[in-house]
Design a protein around this ligand. Structure first.
Ligand code: CA
Length: 432
């Protein structure tokens, strides 16, 4: 989330509809693995922890702040007790088995042994006014995680993107039912978020569902290991290695600041391979900027408080320019003479007035023709377009469609969020 990170859609996979046999299958596996690692790490958690859907609370709040005893907090306390007794190591207990096996083969490489990491720790402590021994200790205990360095690489190039495949991965009966339950138990909070921020429930429900299936898959890497690996050992083969490494270095700094500010153990939080945390998968910088205490109990807890998650996602959208009441997209037809190159050139950035959009061959319905702002022609490829039945899907994206892509830079992602939200909304409406 909050993130322009990790996988982008260039070189996306064609689902093996063409010849290509094993290579295509391998690419497919690789692509799906990336999607899974990104979105579903905890799904294969160790059986004894299968019922513990939430993470142990990583914050060590001042006494008195945490006064409620919910079911999850009971679980949390049970787990915290096991952790305190040294009976569980969260990064192992919750790790996805495949990743764990691979990483288990490699000897642990704590960054305490790396002079560059220790110099970096001192430098960050100075610049951010953090306690230097505390930063050195935290960074020193972080370990290199080979699977993180592997997962950050983009999927292979040269294969077509496939919206139908992408959609089917995120919009399925299980996720829709989980979304309906999330909506029902948070109906009042979702309404309050809509009233205060103007972000409708279906968008928030779509985001939390696509990100983590409503908290079921929040990631199983220690955040500090993931961010340290991407800071000190970012793979040089990545096409944008320098920029991405700088991004993650900034996130590691933000993470350390966040931990010190909230008296949080920097070794405790778990997240995605890119360091995204909690039900909405906020990166540390987004947590710092946009996370809010929407249940007004004091702490901000994006792992356990669905209200805090709802308010924070809404706040994130407002911070990125969400316009209340504006649709995300309209249906669009394309005239045979449509100027496709021109219409597609700005990609997802709304750049055409309605008049200009229509003049270039885009055909809008009545509602679309009344759109007050700019539009983008959103193309969603359905595999190799030269094959029958694989023609791309199109919508006219508004400024609000663009705002959803600020959460994750992908039109496919935004469309999945919108569609999931609508599917869940339909189920919720039926149930009432
Ligand atoms: Ca709270």
């Amino acid at each position: 989330m909050g993130v322009t990170y990790a996988y982008d859609w260039r070189g996306q996979l064609n689902m093996g509809l063409t010849a290509g046999g094993r290579r295509a299958a391998h690419r497919q596996t690789r692509w799906l693995a990336v999607q899974h690692e990104r979105h579903a790490l905890a799904a294969n958690a160790a059986p004894r922890l299968a019922t513990l859907r939430r993470q142990p609370r990583p914050f060590s709040w001042p006494p008195g702040l945490n006064t409620t005893m919910s079911r999850t907090s009971l679980h949390r306390r049970t787990l915290a007790g096991l952790l305190a007794a040294g009976l569980l190591r969260p990064e192992l207990a919750l790790a996805q088995p495949r990743a764990r096996r691979r990483d288990a083969d490699a000897p642990a490489r704590p960054y305490a042994r790396r002079d560059d990491a220790m110099r970096w720790a001192d430098d960050v402590a100075l610049r951010r006014n953090l306690d230097a021994p505390w930063v050195r200790d935290a960074i020193g205990q972080a370990v290199f995680v080979p699977s993180v360095a592997r997962l950050i690489l983009p999927p292979p190039r040269g294969t077509a993107k496939n919206w139908r495949v992408y959609r089917s991965r995120f919009i399925d009966p299980v996720r829709i039912r989980a979304g309906a339950r999330f909506w029902e138990r948070n109906r009042t909070t979702l309404a309050r978020a809509q009233a205060e921020f103007g972000v409708p429930p279906e968008i928030i429900v779509g985001i939390v569902g696509v990100e983590t299936i409503y908290g079921q898959n929040m990631g199983s890497f220690r955040v500090i290991d993931a961010l340290a690996t991407l800071t000190f050992d970012f793979p040089a083969t990545h096409p944008r290695a320098e920029a991405r490494q700088a991004f993650f270095q900034g996130e590691l700094e933000q993470f350390l600041s966040l931990c010190q500010r909230h008296r949080m153990d920097p070794l405790a939080p778990l997240g995605s391979y890119a360091g995204a945390m909690g039900m909405p998968q906020f990166m540390p910088s987004s947590w710092t900027r946009y996370a809010i205490d929407f249940d007004r109990d004091g702490p901000i807890d994006l792992w356990n408080s669905e209200a805090d998650v709802i308010g924070s996602v809404a706040n994130y959208f407002v911070g990125h320019g969400w316009q209340p009441g504006l649709p995300t997209h309209y249906p669009v037809q394309l005239a045979p003479e449509a100027e496709m190159d021109t219409l597609l050139a700005p990609d997802i950035l709304p750049s055409f007035s309605v008049a200009s959009f229509v003049a270039k061959g885009a055909v809008l319905n009545a509602e679309g023709r009344e759109h007050p702002g700019q539009l983008a022609l959103i193309e969603l490829q359905n595999g190799d377009p030269s094959l029958p039945g694989n023609q791309a899907s199109y919508v006219a994206g508004t400024e609000n469609f663009y705002v959803i892509t600020r959460y994750n830079w992908s039109a496919y992602y935004a469309m999945a969020v919108i569609d999931l939200g609508q599917e869940v909304a339909a189920v919720v409406a039926q149930g009432r």
